[in-house]
Design a protein around this ligand. Structure first.
Ligand code: SF4
Length: 425
């Protein structure tokens, strides 16, 4: 987090989960009227303290802090422009912070209007100096960014569920290509780039966003339910019970059950405590595989022909372990249904699917994937079905990881332009 009392900008960041980094004592030191926060999902650059955000830069007189959701594709150009200046951070976000720090004498607003047009790729940015908070969204609007009103001010967040939690009411989205400033005079927005083809990431609906968030006016819960309904029509199954893979599969499984008439049940219990620790599990625990996270409930599934609703298959290893675990728990048949099409292309806009090699659908047919994961049948929702469920026109969404049609040009051999090999946090 970064906070300011109007005179001093202070950043407190650490590796780990929010609940491990912040406690009463650390929070008590963060005093001020404005602030930003970021939990980083590593795409470009490794998981190190320097790469944790907010990135902080100062020219000795003025300072800035920056949080970045997304991924830039012209990092080679930006790195050249920066001259790989001093600093240990290796992220695209740090390059942007460095470029901005060189404009601080003119003020962050002017610096942003100069630098933002040179960024290519996906970015939803939250920034601040000592006196103002700024927000900016790339001209394609790949990642969401919403403005909320508080009783005594304003806020921006990458998901509307965060606005609900702090008691803010949704005002509007930051427009693609818009820079917004929030200060004691309120909210002021200005375009830094002309409108481009809108390309909201469709995977936000499928997997990333929380079900209680709203995207383009629709709750993600309702869209996922519709994904399930359409999946039941496109990929029916002869089965006794529909079960979700928690958590994203819940709403889709309800939609599937509603249309198919097959009863809905909870056959997998999610371990609430895994994912809440930053400690690597021991080898013996890791060998427990998927059961660390998801444990089948034998009394629910024994002897049943199951339809298992999951959001996506990336590498296929988890699905394979899951099918095996369900069989061991007594399932008679396992029919796997996926609420999106096969992921065949890497994402260069901020999701950690960076090479084709790690995508099981890049080389295998649906039948070969079925065989690999060990399911009795496997069905994916079509691209048209997925897009229709969102309620948005196809040409206003990014679907590149399914179609290979990238809305923002990705430089040839882009992998080598990354400053480091991506790692998963
Ligand atoms: S490539 Fe896929 S995951 Fe990446 S932004 Fe586009 S739709 Fe989203």
């Amino acid at each position: 987090m970064a906070v300011s009392d109007g005179r001093n900008l202070l950043v407190y960041k650490e590796l780990g989960l929010v609940s491990q980094v912040f406690n009463e004592a650390t929070l008590a030191t963060l005093q001020g009227d404005l602030g930003i926060g970021h939990t980083r999902y590593s795409t470009t650059g490794s998981t190190t303290w320097d790469n944790a955000q907010p990135a902080f830069k100062t020219d000795g007189q003025r300072s800035l802090a920056l949080g970045h959701n997304g991924n830039l594709v012209n990092t080679a150009y930006l790195a050249e422009r920066v001259g790989r200046a001093p600093g240990k951070a290796t992220t695209d976000s740090d390059l942007v912070a460095t470029l901005l720090s060189r404009t601080l004498d003119r003020g962050l607003w002017d610096g942003l209007l100069e630098i933002l047009p040179s960024l290519e790729g996906a970015f939803s940015l939250a920034l601040m100096d000592e006196r103002s908070v700024f927000a900016a969204r790339d001209p394609h609007g790949v990642r969401p960014l919403s403005i909320g009103r508080l009783p005594n001010g304003f806020c921006v967040a990458s998901e509307t569920c965060a606005l609900d939690i702090v008691g803010a009411t949704f005002v509007r989205d930051v427009e693609p290509g818009e820079l917004v400033r929030i200060d004691d005079r309120g909210v002021h927005g200005e375009r830094f780039a002309p409108a481009a083809r809108r390309s909201l990431c469709v995977f936000e609906y499928v997997y990333l966003a929380r079900a209680d968030s709203r995207l383009r006016g629709r709750t993600v819960y309702e869209v996922r339910r519709e994904l399930g309904r359409r999946l039941a029509v496109e990929q029916p199954a002869d089965a006794d019970l529909v079960i979700p893979v928690p958590d994203t599969g819940h709403s889709a499984a309800q939609g599937f059950a509603e249309v198919s008439g097959i009863p809905y049940g909870e056959g997998l219990m999610k371990n609430r405590y895994v994912g809440r620790t930053f400690i690597e599990p021991s080898q013996s625990l890791r060998e427990r595989g998927v059961k660390l996270k998801l444990n089948p409930i034998p009394d629910v599934i024994r002897g049943k022909r199951l339809v298992v609703i999951d959001d996506s298959i990336v590498r296929g290893t988890t699905t394979r372990q899951l099918v095996l675990a369900l069989r061991e728990a007594g399932a008679a048949e396992v029919h796997t249904r996926i609420t999106c099409p096969p992921i065949m292309w890497p994402c260069f806009y901020g999701i950690d699917m960076s090479t084709r090699q790690e995508l099981v659908a890049a080389d295998l047919s649906v039948e070969q994937i079925r065989e690999y994961v060990g399911a009795d049948s496997l069905g994916y929702l079509s691209r048209d079905g997925m897009v229709a469920a969102t309620g948005s026109p196809s040409d206003s969404l990014c679907t590149a990881c399914f179609s290979g049609e990238y809305p923002i040009a990705v430089p040839e051999g882009s992998g080598k332009f990354l400053l480091e090999q991506p790692t998963k946090s």
